[in-house]
Design a protein around this ligand. Structure first.
Ligand code: UDP
Length: 333
């Protein structure tokens, strides 16, 4: 297989790159290194089947340089991270809407399969138990920059769906729910690397709001194989699939678990949202996936516990190794 990955130098993209190289694919990555890093691709660069192009998805020629001749395209490049989106909503809108259109056109021209990485953020403030792919989207005001990411990703999904329906593009959509693991950076707000780093440095863990908001964290090594299986399944085209963790945890409980597991001297500090982000910032209280569709189609059954996730994030994963819950290294973690 010839595979192109946009955003392949990022957290999830680099794990996917290693996974597909190990499976024998030729992998070409396009990344503008805005939030991704070449460090994440150290192992990949050792493989003769790997090719890297530095460039943006806004540039059709750059996109074509990895997509032309590919059998499948994993479109992971995006402006991500709540902090980044709130600070620079324009980048999010431009990259995530126009960039996706460029990737869709290039994939169509190449006659390749497309897997679009979307997000649980599209459900917005819908706190239902549990969110299925057909659930309503409840977004805050378009003038609140937090929601520009959800708005842009919703448009991306609609684009992918329309390309499938009108042009026959074999496009599948995945909605990722708080995917976490080694290599994810805390720089753009993501809570697990942030809190683990604070605990390791002995700093106070910054829990935003009252800490009672909940998430279902999923481990990158559980998610990556599902991305590939969904892309390969002809029943997946024209549809969206939730991929999330199975255990709901409040951010306060997460912080307490991190302090305990890492045996850290850190305290936990509640930080008001307006101090953490900006006045008027809105968070979602709860986000719980219904994974039934992905389980039924490709057997998605995430097993890695939050304790294992914390241990692996704290330790970092040696480059080139994608750990799964069945990895012997995890025994006793
Ligand atoms: N959060 C926190 N402390 C941090 C970073 C994030 O309490 O240092 C909170 C954040 O407000 C949210 C949750 O943790 O309620 C998850 O945040 P993240 O940005 O990781 O993901 P998302 O908001 O997209 O679910």
């Amino acid at each position: 297989m010839k595979t192109a990955i946009t955003g392949g130098a990022g957290f999830i993209g680099s794990h996917l790159t290693e996974y597909l190289l190990a499976a024998g694919d030729e992998v070409a990555v396009l990344d503008d290194l805005s939030t991704g890093s070449l460090d994440n691709l150290q192992e990949a660069f050792k493989n003769p089947n790997f090719r890297f192009v530095e460039g943006t998805i806004l540039d059709r020629a750059a996109v074509d340089s990895v997509v032309a001749g590919a059998d499948r395209v994993f479109h992971l490049a995006a402006a991500v991270g709540v902090k980044l989106i709130v600070e620079d909503p324009l980048t999010s809108l431009r990259t995530n809407i126009h960039g996706t259109e460029v990737v869709l056109d290039a994939t169509l021209a190449a006659g390749a399969v497309l897997l679009l990485a979307s997000t649980s953020e599209v459900y917005g403030k819908n706190t239902s138990d549990a969110l299925s792919e057909e659930s309503d989207r409840i977004l805050g005001s378009a003038l609140k920059s937090r929601w520009t990411y959800a708005a842009a990703k919703g448009i991306d999904e609609a684009f992918a769906y329309a390309y499938w329906k009108e042009y026959g593009l074999r496009a599948a959509i995945v909605r990722l729910f708080n995917t976490v693991g080694p290599r994810q950076t805390g720089r753009y707000g993501m809570v697990v690397p942030n809190l683990v780093g604070q605990a390791q440095r002995g700093e106070a863990l910054t829990v935003f709001g009252d800490g009672r908001q909940t998430r279902c964290f999923s481990y990158v090594a559980d998610v990556v194989p599902a991305l590939v299986k969904i892309a390969e399944n002809t029943e997946a085209y024209g549809k969206a699939f939730n991929l999330g963790g199975t255990n709901e945890i409040s951010i306060l409980d997460l912080a307490e678990r991190i302090v305990e597991l890492l045996d850290s001297p850190s305290t936990i500090s509640l930080v008001p949202y307006e101090q953490a982000y900006a006045p008027g910032y809105e968070d979602m209280r709860r986000r719980v996936p219904d994974n039934t569709k992905a389980r039924e189609l490709v057997g998605f059954n995430p097993k890695t516990t939050i304790d294992q996730i914390i241990a692996n994030v704290a330790q970092g994963t040696p480059a080139g190794m994608v750990r799964s819950s069945s990895s012997p290294e995890l025994a006793g973690a």
